[in-house]
Every structure is written in structure tokens, then in C-alpha cells.
Design a protein around this ligand. Structure first.
Ligand code: GDP
Ligand code: IMO
Ligand code: MG
Length: 427
């Protein structure tokens, strides 16, 4: 697995951080390639729990170089806080590198994200309000400010002056809310520049050199396939491409460098924010997943919407990402259920006719109106969190894994049965 991409196959929070942490033990480099601090990746090891929003999940291993690629949008305040928090826990972050081409989230991006959500009212997307959408908008509009601009205060001031006038007009005149003070922003960002200067690097070149030395490089996706701006449940998506193809763009490597793509799939489904979710469960069963799986957002603390595994979504993710392997997480959360439902296709009623979809529907309106068709497997009652070998799982749990692998047409490479680093079943 010299170059392996790890992506979410659902709506995010599949357990990508813990899977990266497992794989990073045998790797030399971990690269985040998109998203920003909308992400929240959790790792639990002997030192306790770590929640990363921008810092790549490999940082805890001193032998791993942890890179923030050019495709990420960076809020320097959050990054500085994360670095300080890690330092306070004894990690010096000397193994962190930040792409000079990555774009910065500015204070006005955060204000615009919130103002826009508030204005949308009932039609809101349910963003994390971290400024992600407005930062990617400015990148595409060529109004963005990049990490390298921090290294030249004159350029930083020029770019800030260009951007801030327009943003303050937007905030004050369109959204009726206060703008930002350019002098204050300049002062804050000059401070972040000093804090971050030593980490800035040509990350694409470093990755290329590592691959040429035959080292193992992991590309860490944030969010998930169904939040992809092109292929997800638009407009209820994020503003980047969390799918595997984006790893090449967001890290600066060619597609021929990639050897494997691992899709992380929760044994059930969760979603934070608004938007369609066919297998969503209300009531006691939904609460079972929330409580057993501790399903509260890592970034915003919002309660996650929960439902059964959706194989139509999983097969879509296999196709879009070219998955070569699956990591099934949180299998332990399904213990103690009489039966396990999984959605094998959708029914779509329209003009008195009923159409079945085993592939993801081509139109959002269809997806909105699709009803899940469930199949069932028997559940298991045992606590499986102590299982470390496939043979230590109850036959019902093994059957469920077999079914997922067969339906997806992709082998299961990793199974996790608890949040801890060692709570992994050897495949
Ligand atoms: P990510 O955004 O994909 O990295 O996932 P999050 O960290 O946001 O959410 C996953 C949550 O599930 C975290 O709280 C993890 O500690 C926890 N977790 C990961 N794997 C397992 C598992 O196998 N079992 C249980 N019970 N919890 C897990
Ligand atoms: P990780 O990497 C789950 C969701 C938000 C919202 C939508 C758009 O931890 O899996 P944004 O702030 O990106 O403009 O919000 O995307 N979202 C996530 N949901 N996990 C994430 O990241 C997410 N990042 C964004 O809740 O619905
Ligand atoms: Mg998360």
C-alpha cells in the first residue's frame, strides 16, 4: 500500500481518523487533502482522546510526517490552537508541514457562512459555520489569501485590502451585520504568520520524494462521499470534493501514484446537518444508535441523525472512489439488536408507477422521494468489543460483514469494534 487514499463512504464521521491512526503505524506520511476545520477526526490511544480538525491524524506518531495539503482551507486560529493543545500534551509538532498553496479561512468567511445560513432560515444547509463555503468560493473567484501570503506582510496587506472592502459591503449592505476591521485582521494574521512560519513547505515535493524513496503515504479524506459538492446530495453538501479523485489535486500528486483506496463505512449510517437521508430512523431505535454510538458531532456537538446501513449509497461510493478495500467501523454498536436491517434498494413512486433503484438515482428530486427497501439479517447479543480476530466475532456479525463485502464487491480490510487504537479485528 505505498500510496493509499482513505475516504468516507457516507455523510462523514465514519471513523476516518481512527482508521488513519491504525494505518499510520506502518506509514511514513499522512496528508490531508481537502476540507477544513469542518472536520472532526477522533483518535483514542493510551494517552487518551484526541480530536483533530485540521491536523492530520498521523501526527501522534513521531515517525510520521503529517501534512496539510494545498486542497485544505485553513483557519490559522484553529490550527494554532490545535498545535498549542498538542504541545501541552507533549507532542512537539515538529513533524507537521503545511502547504504554502493552501487557502486561508478569514474572519469574514466565518461571518458570511453564518449570515448566509441565518438568511436561508428553514432552507439552511446546516453548515458547521466555520467559513468553509465562503473560503472555497473565494478560492474559485481568485480572491483567496493563501498560506504563502502570510510570509510577506506587504502582499498580505494588499490582498486583504482587496478582499475586505467587498466582504464588508456584503456583510453590512446585504446581510445587515457588522463587517470586520482590516487593521485588526492584519494584526491577528501577522501573529499567526509568525506562529506557523516554520511549518510552511512545498508539500507536493515532499510527498513525491517520499514516494520515490518507497515510503508509505496515506491521503486522509475529510467529510464523506455523500457530502461531495459534485456527487453528493447537493445543495446539502460541503464545498469541496471528499472523494478519492480529489486526493491527487489536493495533495499535488498524479493519479498514477495511487495504489489503493480504502473506503471507511460505519456499520450503520449517520448524518449531521440538513438534507435527504432515506434510511434515517426516528424514535427508540434512532436513539439506540445515538446513545450506543455516542453520535454527537465532533466539531459542533450536534446530535447526529442515525439510520440503517444503505447499500445503494455504499455501492455509489465504491464506484465514485474506485475503492479497493473497506474499513467497517463501529460494528460493536450493532450488538444487542434482534435483527439488523440494511437497505438494498430504493422504491420511487411517481405518476402512479413504482420504479426500483439499486444504483444511486440520477436526479436529486428522485432521491428525495425514494423509500428504502430493507432486507434483514439476525442480530447478535454478545458484546464484541473484545474481539481481535474474525473467528472471535459471532457468526451473525461475520455474516453481516460478508454481506457488505459481497454487495460492495470490495474486500473488508479493517473492522473496528471500539474507539480505541487496539479495538480492531485482524482480517
Ligand atoms: P471521522 O470524522 O470519520 O474521523 O469520525 P469521528 O471521529 O467524527 O466520529 C467517529 C466516532 O466514533 C469517534 O467518537 C470515534 O472515537 C468513535 N469510534 C471510531 N471507531 C469506533 C468503533 O469501532 N466503535 C465505537 N463504539 N466507536 C468508534
Ligand atoms: P468529518 O471529516 C460530518 C456537513 C455539515 C453540513 C454540510 C456542509 O468529521 O467526517 P460545511 O461546514 O462543510 O459547509 O457544512 O457538511 N459536514 C460534516 N458532517 N462530518 C464532517 O466531517 C463534516 N464536515 C461538514 O454538517 O451538513
Ligand atoms: Mg468527524
Amino acid at each position: 500500500m505505498p500510496a493509499t487514499i482513505v475516504v468516507g463512504t457516507q455523510w462523514g464521521d465514519e471513523g476516518k481518523g481512527r482508521v488513519i491512526d491504525n494505518l499510520a503505524e506502518q506509514s511514513q506520511m499522512v496528508v490531508r487533502f481537502q476540507g477544513g476545520n469542518n472536520a472532526g477526526h477522533t483518535i483514542v490511544n493510551e494517552a487518551g482522546e484526541f480530536k483533530f480538525h485540521l491536523i492530520p491524524s498521523g501526527i501522534l506518531y513521531p515517525h510520521v510526517t503529517a501534512m496539510i495539503g494545498n486542497g485544505v482551507v485553513i483557519d490559522p486560529r484553529v490550527l494554532c490552537q490545535e498545535i498549542d493543545a498538542l504541545k501541552a500534551r507533549g507532542y512537539d509538532c515538529g513533524n507537521l508541514r503545511i502547504s504554502s498553496n493552501a487557502h486561508l479561512i478569514m474572519p469574514y468567511h466565518i461571518l458570511l457562512d453564518s449570515a448566509h445560513e441565518t438568511q436561508l432560515g428553514k432552507r439552511k444547509i446546516g453548515t458547521t459555520r466555520r467559513g468553509i463555503g465562503p473560503a472555497y468560493t473565494d478560492k474559485a473567484a481568485r480572491l483567496g489569501i493563501r498560506v504563502q501570503d502570510l510570509t510577506d506582510k506587504k502582499i498580505l496587506r494588499q490582498k486583504l485590502d482587496t478582499a475586505i472592502g467587498e466582504k464588508n459591503d456584503l456583510l453590512e449592505k446585504v446581510y445587515n451585520s457588522p463587517g470586520v476591521d482590516p487593521f485588526e485582521v492584519m494584526e491577528q494574521y501577522a501573529h499567526f504568520a509568525d506562529e506557523l512560519a516554520s511549518y510552511i513547505a512545498d508539500t507536493s515535493l515532499l510527498i513525491d520524494k517520499a514516494l520515490k524513496r518507497g515510503e508509505k503515504v496515506l491521503f486522509e479524506g475529510a467529510q464523506g462521499t455523500m457530502l461531495d459538492i459534485d456527487h453528493g446530495t447537493y445543495p446539502f453538501v460541503t464545498s469541496s470534493n471528499p472523494i478519492a479523485g480529489a486526493a491527487c489535486v489536493g495533495a499535488g500528486v498524479g493519479p498514477t501514484a495511487i495504489d489503493e483506496v480504502i473506503g471507511v463505512c460505519k456499520a450503520y449510517t449517520t448524518r449531521v446537518g440538513e438534507g435527504p437521508f432515506p434510511t434515517e430512523l426516528d424514535g427508540a431505535l434512532g436513539d439506540h444508535f445515538v446513545n450506543r454510538g455516542a453520535e454527537y458531532g465532533t466539531t459542533t456537538g450536534r446530535k447526529r441523525r442515525c439510520g440503517w446501513l444503505d447499500l445503494v449509497v455504499l455501492k455509489y461510493a465504491v464506484r465514485l472512489n474506485g475503492l479497493t478495500g473497506l474499513a467497517i467501523t463501529k460494528l460493536d454498536v450493532l450488538s444487542n439488536l434482534d435483527q439488523i436491517n440494511f437497505c438494498s434498494m430504493y422504491e420511487y413512486e411517481h405518476d402512479g408507477a413504482c420504479e426500483n433503484f439499486t444504483d444511486f438515482p440520477p436526479h436529486q428530486s428522485m432521491f428525495y422521494h425514494c423509500r428504502p427497501v430493507y432486507q434483514t439479517l439476525p442480530g447478535w447479543k454478545e458484546d464484541i468489543s473484545g474481539a481481535r480476530k474474525l473467528s472471535e466475532l459471532p457468526p451473525e456479525a461475520r455474516d453481516y460483514l460478508k454481506l457488505i463485502s459481497e454487495e460492495a464487491g470490495v474486500p473488508v480490510r479493517i473492522v473496528s469494534v471500539g474507539p480505541g487504537r487496539d479495538e480492531t479485528v485482524e482480517m
